[in-house]
Design a protein around this ligand. Structure first.
Ligand code: KIV
Ligand code: ZN
Length: 511
């Protein structure tokens, strides 16, 4: 349909390639469910050949998601394509997205292949992919720096071979809107069979132009945009889903198409992705930043009070602001708890896990009378480590911080099936807690990030802490939430150590 703009979300693949944004299978599943709820058309669930962990995550998403197409990325080689094909086989609707570089610099210096070899490899790749699905997308990596004649040649060949979506990535974020639109317009006009496929764009944000380039391409005829929640992605990120969707929705007078997105799910998706990856959203970020709808100046406030549209082009509630409903309190029962989690897209697989999460909910409801959706999401993030992968666990803690005294922490931890006590002093209680954990874990990690955010408002709010640790080139994020931010910090540190403890190797598809 020419008036539908397909939203292809790659938060779980390109987004996950941001250093420090790697996610566990369960975290990916939670995000995938939220993307489905938001009515994203295609979810790029990962790069199945990258590691066994990635394969399992793509497969689990393919088994779970019913309303969106589930896609795996694959380089244009037989092994990658077969892994992708196997991973998406359970999907109600599955896609293979295969790519090969087409710019002179990539072909010569990276692939060391001639243009003829690249075309031949791309055609073979479509042939392997067709053994698994008819829904095949082909990307010309670094199309933004490729020669137009060569792009026309390779696209014609892959369309003949059976590709149904042709993606034009600006891999290094080099293009500018007028010129990118011109390229897309020329490709659609010149490539034989162009009218039989969907034209797609995938823009990186190195010059801050990813959204502008994507929208310019839509005006030139593209009907699929590849984007990520909060603009997450390699380096400066990808085109941000929320900005693309709201631009098209708000300026229907300019764009000849619209998306299927339920925009009220945008802010919950943004919070979920930010919480899981530990990448905060800047307050002045369009649509999902905390200040995106805040009017500070008196003139603006006066105008908005008299007539909202004087200064507002969108309504905060239409993108999901103000939706943090009061869900439950300490009298809520286990069934209500389970159903609310299901509404939030959280499926707890075992009864034991549900009981554990419910006990923690009761503890929280005792400390904090109003429990919001965000509190539940954080509680689940805390619980989300699969029990068998949970090597370290905080049993109890005590911290001392007094004027004129050196702060100290004493923790009881379980490590595997052993219980152990850890004590240390530090420059503050958080520093002391981390040092105490290290006296027993001896992890040899480097702390890259420590951040605390209040999940909701009020001084009884839970603090959500993100800790990013690195070891041997592997970077992980740990989260912890508690009304006591020192406890939240210790939990976040242990959560990160648990993720480092579970071994998985990962490839970056562009390397
Ligand atoms: O940026 C890029 O070129 C990509 C491709 C694999 C589509 O992410
Ligand atoms: Zn990319």
């Amino acid at each position: 349909m020419n008036d539908q703009l397909i939203i292809f979300d790659t938060t779980l693949r390109d987004g996950e390639q941001s250093p420090g944004a790697s996610m566990t299978r369960d975290e990916k599943l939670r995000i995938a469910r939220q993307l489905e709820r938001m009515r994203v058309d295609v979810i790029e669930a990962g790069f199945a050949a990258a590691s066994n962990g990635d394969f399992d995550a793509v497969k689990a998403i393919a088994e779970t998601i019913k309303e969106s197409t589930v896609c795996s990325l694959a380089r244009a080689n037989e092994n990658d394509i077969r892994r992708a094909g196997e991973a998406i086989t359970p999907a109600a609707s599955g896609r293979i997205h295969t790519f090969i570089a087409t710019s002179p610099i990539h072909m010569e210096k990276k692939l060391r292949m001639s243009p003829d070899q690249v075309v031949a490899q791309a055609v073979k790749a479509i042939g392997w992919a067709r053994e698994y699905t008819d829904d095949i997308e082909f990307s010309a990596e670094d199309a933004g720096r490729s020669e137009l004649d060569f792009l026309c040649r390779i696209f014609e060949a892959v369309i003949k071979a059976g590709a149904k979506t042709i993606n034009v990535p600006d891999t290094v974020g080099y293009n500018v809107p007028g010129q990118f639109a011109d390229t897309i317009g020329k490709l659609i006009a010149r490539v034989p069979g162009a009218d039989k496929v969907v034209w797609s764009v995938h823009c990186h944000n190195d010059l801050g132009l990813a959204v502008a380039n994507s929208l310019a391409a839509v005006q030139a005829g593209a009907r699929q945009i590849e984007c990520t929640v909060n603009g997450l992605g390699e380096r400066a990120g990808n085109a941000s889903l929320e900005e693309v969707v709201m631009a098209v929705r708000t300026r229907r007078d300019i764009f000849p198409c619209d998306t299927r997105i339920d925009t009220t799910q945008i802010v919950p998706a943004s919070k979920l992705v930010s919480g899981i990856t530990g990448f905060p959203v800047q307050p002045n970020k369009a649509i999902v930043g905390a200040n995106a709808f805040a009017h500070e100046s008196g003139i603006h406030q006066d105008g908005v009070l008299k007539h909202r549209e004087t200064y507002e082009i969108m309504r905060a509630e239409d993108v999901g602001w103000g939706a943090n409903k009061l869900v439950m309190g300490k009298h809520s029962g286990r069934n209500a708890f389970r159903s609310r989690l299901l509404e939030l897209g959280v499926v707890i697989e075992s009864e034991a896990h549900l009981n554990q999460a419910f006990a923690r909910f009761k503890e929280l409801a005792d400390k904090k009378h109003e429990v919001f959706d965000e509190d539940l999401q954080a509680l689940i993030s805390d619980e989300a480590v699969t029990p068998e992968l949970e090597h370290y666990r905080l049993i109890s803690s005590s911290f001392r911080s007094e004027t004129g005294e050196t702060p100290s922490a004493a923790l009881t931890l379980s490590m595997g099936d052993q219980e152990t006590r850890a004590e240390a002093t530090g420059s503050g209680p958080v520093d002391a807690a981390f040092k105490a954990i290290e006296t027993v874990a001896k992890s040899g990690t480097q702390l890259l990030l420590y951040s605390v955010n209040a999940i909701t408002t009020g001084t009884d709010a839970q603090g959500e802490v993100t800790v990013r640790l690195a070891r041997d080139g592997k970077i992980v994020n740990g989260q912890g939430a508690d009304t006591d931010i020192i406890v939240a910090s210790a939990k976040a540190y242990l959560n990160a150590l648990n993720k480092l403890h579970g071994k998985f190797e990962k490839l970056n598809p562009q390397v």
